[in-house]
Design a protein around this ligand. Structure first.
Ligand SMILES: [Zn+2]
Length: 270
């Protein structure tokens, strides 16, 4: 599943390669994604030019000159690539004035492609109730400490709650807690000031590292087939039973809120 670093990588690719391109025509499959694809509204984008690629949480917002924005979520298996269309799971194709078309493909169809008119972004239900971006200044130790206060919820569940902070998925929550030395099941209100500070620092550091490397599962978003999938070296995530990279104790796993969580019982204090 594309996580925040992958989505940011796609945003950067769109900023570089899509901005300035004019839409010549838009084609859609008749398949429903997470929400129905607004075929007529998409077709009306013909003639309009992309002016910016923004990101909010794991949503991409691709702005057009005349006012609307394209809202794209990659869901579980979605992809936004420049390539020739016609593959089985291609759902939206933007023919552009120059170069290869932009194709949104998504085999499992949990993704989303919508058109937001001017002023519709503020009222968009997908974008409301989102907490701060993890890499922005608003997400700091004082903020997290305030959100942890009087909360008995395990810190990992709180960290993965989009109302608290957006875009910290299971992999990054597990890895940042390991690096901060905090057991994932620790009640949020039990964290010390030092632990809160360390956790914020590690969340930011690991996301930045991952963005620098192009995300953990970045495939060939630009359709150039370069590099294939990249798997960042993970310390605990997906490594149950294997040795901790720091102390060599076996990594353990537990199920929390229906999601597997991984930790080192020796390096991570409860
Ligand atoms: Zn360890």
């Amino acid at each position: 599943m594309p996580e925040l670093p992958e989505v940011e990588t796609v945003r950067r690719a769109m900023q570089r390669h899509l901005v300035g391109r004019r839409v010549v025509a838009v084609y859609t499959s008749n398949k429903k994604l997470r929400a129905p694809v607004p075929a007529a509204r998409l077709r009306r984008l013909a003639g309009d030019t992309f002016t910016a690629a923004r990101r909010r949480a794991k949503y991409l917002l691709l702005d057009l000159e005349s006012g609307p924005s394209l809202l794209v979520h990659l869901g579980m298996t979605g992809n936004l690539v420049f390539r020739a269309p016609g593959e089985k799971h291609d759902h939206v194709v933007f023919e552009l004035d120059e170069g290869l078309p932009l194709v949104f493909s998504d085999p499992r169809r949990f993704g989303l492609v919508l058109v937001l008119g001017p002023g519709e972004e503020a009222a968009c239900p997908y974008l409301s109730d989102l907490g701060p971006e993890p890499l922005e200044a608003g997400f700091d130790a004082a903020y997290l400490a305030a959100r942890c206060q009087s909360r008995r919820r395990p810190i990992k569940a709180l960290l993965m709650d989009n109302v608290v902070v957006v875009g910290v998925g299971n992999i990054y929550a597990s890895e940042s807690l390991f690096r901060a030395g905090i057991h994932p099941l620790t009640p949020a209100d039990q964290l010390s000031g030092e632990q809160t500070k360390a956790l914020v620092r590690e969340v930011k550091a690991i996301l930045r590292e991952s963005i620098r490397r192009g995300g953990t599962t970045i495939s060939d978003y630009l359709g150039k087939g370069e590099g294939g999938r990249f798997q960042q070296r993970l310390a605990v995530y997906g490594r149950a039973g294997e040795n901790c990279l720091v102390c060599e104790a076996p990594v353990e796993s537990a199920v929390l809120g229906g999601r597997s969580t991984f930790y080192c019982p020796h390096c991570q204090e409860k």
